[in-house]
Design a protein around this ligand. Structure first.
Ligand code: CA
Length: 226
């Protein structure tokens, strides 16, 4: 099954060219000229990837990106005329998977599309479950973790711990709850192991120049993620 790509772009000529190219490359492609229309199409059509123009009439690309992210795990490539570093960073922080600056060549765009689809595991069109938060990207199916562009290697237990925290994002989890879920009922008192694993996980995902604190310690109680 061909991967489905939704193009949200108000420049009709450009959209036409891109669409033709994508279809020639074997992708299924749909085009919307506004953010509102694009969001409705995405909800109904369930694309694997959205090529999202940043400056759209009405709702802008930032807001469309935010809403797409909220609605699910679709891959997003932002397409924009603005190439300043600050926008690039903001785009990636907003959960875009990649960023293409106009004017771009079509082969360049196709290469990015292929790379993002490969990364998100949907080159064949199957659904993906990729979690994004700030710099953190976790593919819950493929068991792949990235911080920014950097691949992070977790042990199977560290991954299960992280996946459990993600599943319960925002909730305060007690030590016993986490130990029960990740280690098993016979380990609910093994606080030392839990502390050790949380420390190891933090070392791997809370990295970079200004590390994001994903895991918060609630002293004497447990942890909260996100
Ligand atoms: Ca535009």
């Amino acid at each position: 099954m061909a991967a489905k790509i939704l193009l949200i772009e108000d420049e009709e000529r450009l959209a036409g060219h891109v669409r033709l190219w994508l279809e020639q490359m074997g992708y299924e492609c749909a085009w919307c000229s506004s953010g509102t229309e694009g969001l409705a199409k995405a909800a109904e059509w369930r694309p694997d990837l959205v090529l999202l123009d940043l400056s759209l009439p009405g709702m802008d690309g930032w807001e469309v990106c935010r809403r797409l992210r909220q609605a699910g795990a679709v891959a997003i490539i932002m397409v924009t005329a603005r190439g300043e570093e600050v926008d690039r960073v903001r785009g990636l922080r907003m959960g875009a998977d990649d960023y293409v600056v106009k004017p771009f060549s079509l082969p360049e765009l196709i290469a990015r599309v292929e790379a993002v689809l490969r990364r998100s595991g949907s080159a064949g069109g199957e659904r993906v479950t990729v979690f994004h938060l700030e710099e953190l990207e976790v593919d819950l199916e493929a068991h792949r973790v990235r911080v920014g562009k950097q691949e992070v290697r977790l042990t199977p237990k560290e991954f299960r711990l992280l996946a459990y925290l993600i599943e319960n994002q925002g909730r305060l989890l007690t030590h016993r709850q986490i130990l029960h879920a990740v280690w098993g009922p016979e380990y609910v008192d093994d606080l030392d192991s839990l502390r050790m694993y949380v420390r190891a996980l933090r070392k791997k995902i809370e990295v970079g120049e200004t590390p994001v604190q994903y895991i918060t310690t609630e002293y004497g109680i447990g942890y909260r993620f996100g």
